[in-house]
Design a protein around this ligand. Structure first.
Ligand code: DGJ
Length: 573
């Protein structure tokens, strides 16, 4: 009997050890980033993961009731991840008293819908301003100060210069991440976190409170100068040009090192977000130049330090990937202050890297038509691409192919998904296609064997090179297709993966493509096998075998809407 109870006791201890072991193991297996060649991938449950995401409206996830009818629509839209806001005011209604009931409900509902979650920490700032801090923060303006703009006017935007603001935010974020660890460190429903939202000063190019003015007149911090000196040759070109124009000084006040800020008395368009640009300046690229860089750079440093403090505090509780998102400079928001000044834009990426090492990614909210250009600027120096906000529709579907196929993106996420989910066939179809291709895409990210291309009706055909061939990619003629098979006229996109010598998978819509060898040997390429098909559980399942009309009598391939082709080639002369 005695022996028996000992055995039971031993077994219980073993079980306890085992379950601790499992806990520790799954926790150390928390979502994280891992390099694969030139790419960085999001690893979930030990495997790379492509986030086929959508972002909810800002406040949708503050009500479980509101979300009830939304979840099935997200599944219909073929998402595997949803980005949901967490309101600071909602989780900390009284100082130090936390209520995670809604967060828990959202996590559970996401699990039931087979979705992962990205949480958006709507805290000190959302689109520059401060609408999400709790009441007790907003009311106590002496303790939690606002910034001041030209004329000494305070606006509803918490100051980056206040340790009280920063510490209150960090304490709440710490509690949130501790809670997420407690409820999710084994299941990994939450895979990524956005810290704040589109930070930066609006309505002026910088904070002009006395404490901010003192910092502006004081020296550029040594930590930042040291970083810039160390990375001088690889800095963002626009940033470097500004520093160079002022003699690459390695110390001095912000205006001495980076040139003048906004002149005193200059009228900023406070109500309208559009600076008064001339038509020419608007239409050409003049709007892209850096106006009042010293102001923007000071604010970038301030936000980076503050956000880093918050993110590091959260990561100390639960270390999963974290990013910050940017409202980009654009023709109608060209001056700092008409876009949030100091946010993580490409021109201040180096300042963010120096100031916010706890942040894993700087992410563009990409509504601009210059999709490729923005992606190119954001993937500089190994910054992984995660697009938390963008458009859906046919253009969004084409962009999704480009993001994953050309820029090795981790995630793509049209904004306002709850408004249009269930009613956006282009997004559902492209996510279905990308879900089929995910294992192959993930295998090929970062090793130069994948690319993607987009053509619209104003473009000439484009040439891309991959796997020893040049592909000439044109908008497909839809003349011969029945109306039901016509895609979005005027827009085509394809993702190409080289899977072996003379073998490619080509996926997308509405393009035609010819192949020419670009390595020594016979100069012409012929289509050996062209199969259409699907990937089922990662395995290629061929459908029709194509020749004749479907391959231009052997001269090109044509992608039907959201089609996948397996193509093998031979060479001849
Ligand atoms: C950008 C913001 O980051 C989002 O939260 C949302 O407000 C959209 N703009 C609205 O278009």
């Amino acid at each position: 009997m005695k022996r028996r109870s000992l055995v039971v006791g031993e077994a219980l201890v073993c079980l306890a050890l085992l379950s601790n072991g499992v806990n520790a193991q799954s926790e150390s297996n928390a979502p994280h980033l891992r390099k694969q060649g030139a790419a960085t991938q999001l690893i979930v449950d030990g495997k790379p993961f492509l986030a086929l995401a959508g972002e909810l409206g800002n406040n949708s996830a503050t009500s479980l009731e509101y979300m009830k009818p939304v979840w099935p629509k997200l599944q219909e839209e073929k998402l595997n991840t949803v980005l949901a806001g967490v309101s600071w005011a909602q989780i900390e209604p009284q100082e130090g008293k936390f209520d995670f009931a809604i967060v828990d409900g959202i996590i559970q509902a996401a699990r039931r819908s087979n979705l992962h979650l990205g949480l958006i920490w709507f805290a000190s700032w959302k689109n520059g301003l401060s609408s999400y801090p709790p009441d007790w923060v907003k009311r106590d303006y002496e303790k939690y100060p606002r910034i001041q703009i030209e004329g000494g006017r305070s606006i509803e935007l918490l100051s980056t210069f206040s340790a009280a603001n920063r510490d209150a935010d960090a304490a709440a974020f710490t509690a949130l991440m501790r809670h997420v660890r407690e409820v999710d460190s084994r299941q990994h429903t939450v895979v990524i976190v956005q810290v704040e939202n589109e930070v930066g000063v609006l309505h002026d190019s910088r904070d002009r409170s006395p404490v901010a003015n003192k910092a502006f007149d004081g020296p550029v911090p040594k930590e930042l100068m040291d970083y810039l000196v160390k990375h001088k040759d690889t800095l963002n070109p626009e940033f470097r040009a500004v520093w160079q124009a002022h003699g690459f000084k390695t110390s001095g006040a912000w205006e001495e090192v980076f040139g003048p800020g906004k002149p005193e008395g200059f009228e900023m368009p406070v109500r309208s977000l559009s600076p008064p640009l001339s038509k020419e300046a608007h239409d050409n690229t003049e709007w892209r130049k850096l106006t009042w860089p010293a102001d923007e750079f000071l604010m970038a440093w301030q936000y980076a330090r503050y956000v880093n403090h918050v993110a590091a505090a959260g990561k100390a509780e639960y270390d999963i990937p974290m990013y910050v998102n940017a409202w980009l400079q654009q023709p109608d928001h060209a001056w700092p202050g008409t876009f949030p000044s100091g946010g993580p834009l490409p021109e201040v990426m180096d300042i963010w890297k120096a100031g916010a090492p706890a942040i894993d990614m700087l992410s563009p909210d990409l509504y601009l038509q210059y999709f490729d250009e923005v992606c190119t600027r954001y993937v500089k120096e190994g910054n992984p691409l995660f697009i938390p906000e963008t458009r859906a529709g046919a253009a969004g579907a084409a962009n999704a192919l480009i993001a994953f196929g050309e820029y090795d993106a981790i995630g793509f996420s049209p904004f306002g998904i709850d408004r249009f989910a269930g009613n956006n066939p282009e997004l559902a179809s492209i996510y279905d296609l990308l879900a089929q291709l995910s294992p192959l895409i993930l295998e090929h990210q970062g090793n130069g064997s994948m690319t993607a291309v987009q053509v619209n009706q104003d473009d000439s055909p484009k040439d891309v090179r991959l796997g020893g061939y040049s592909m000439h990619v044109a908008l497909a003629s839809e003349r011969f297709l029945p109306p039901s098979e016509r895609h979005s006229p005027g827009l085509g996109a394809a993702l190409l993966i080289s899977t072996g010598p003379d073998e490619f998978y080509v996926a997308g819509s509405n393009v035609s493509m010819t192949f020419t060898p670009n390595t020594p040997g016979p100069p012409l390429a012929g289509l050996a096998t062209v199969e259409e098909g699907r990937f089922v559980d990662g395995r290629w399942t061929p459908g029709r075998l194509l020749a004749g009309d479907d391959t231009g009598q052997g001269e090109d391939i044509q992608l039907r809407p959201n089609g996948i082709l397996r193509v093998t080639l031979y060479r001849y002369r």
